[in-house]
Design a protein around this ligand. Structure first.
Ligand SMILES: NC(=O)c1ccc[n+]([C@@H]2O[C@H](COP(=O)([O-])OP(=O)(O)OC[C@H]3O[C@@H](n4cnc5c(N)ncnc54)[C@H](O)[C@@H]3O)[C@@H](O)[C@H]2O)c1
Length: 177
């Protein structure tokens, strides 16, 4: 039996790069995967890659910084697959320029996008997991403007660690809100 058989996952920011690779690996382990990206073509490309190898995936386009869109994506996933166990958030805008060349608007976008998508995807996925009585897992592996920190000021890499939604972690026992 595959390790994620019976599991249902959403990957936000799942264009054909790191997020898409994670979506593929989840599907390869047996999960049914909603592939979500702000760019519908990117979501479709990753989904085609996964389904082309015989695994299960659907494309759900949307902006992970838009609360209505996140709620819809979570709701459509639950409606399609019957629940939610795993989310991975890779949605955000990466800027690779050095701090010497960094524009303030680009900095703000880089710093704000991943945590904002992280908060919204955590919130609505956790609600769906609690409503379904499922103790799921959430992972937010993105770095906050890695390039600027690494190349510009030589350190300060900010990683947000994944945090499992275990029974009790959200103030309940995993079987009720
Ligand atoms: N590529 C690397 O070498 C590398 C290395 C280490 C860490 N990282 C980190 O991993 C993360 C992802 O990197 P990547 O290279 O895969 O980035 P990427 O830009 O290729 O992928 C991000 C995806 O998120 C999507 N996206 C952007 N904003 C969105 C939004 N609001 N809603 C939904 N989707 C949205 C984009 O369309 C894109 O498909 C970043 O935090 C980056 O710093 C990347």
């Amino acid at each position: 039996m595959k390790r994620l058989e019976e599991k249902i996952a959403i990957v936000f920011g799942a264009g054909p790069n790191i997020g898409g690779t994670i979506a593929h690996f989840l599907a390869r382990e047996g999960a049914r995967v909603a592939v979500s990206d702000i760019n519908p073509d990117a979501a479709r490309k990753t989904t085609d890659f996964i389904t082309g190898r015989g695994y299960e995936a659907i494309a759900l386009a949307g902006d992970a910084m838009d609360e209505t869109a996140v709620e819809r994506i979570v709701g459509d996933t639950v409606a399609r697959y019957g629940g939610l166990d795993i989310i991975v958030n890779m949605a955000g805008k990466v800027h690779w320029s050095s701090v010497l060349d960094m524009e303030l608007d680009a900095w703000r976008e880089a710093v704000l996008s991943f945590p904002t998508a992280g908060m919204l995807t955590t919130k609505h996925a956790a609600k769906a997991m609690i409503a379904g009585g499922r103790a799921g897992g959430q992972h937010h592996p993105s770095s906050v403007d890695r390039g600027a920190f690494r190349r510009g000021i030589g350190g300060g890499l900010l990683h947000r660690q994944g945090r499992a939604v275990e029974p009790g972690a959200l103030g309940g026992d995993g079987s009720r809100p």
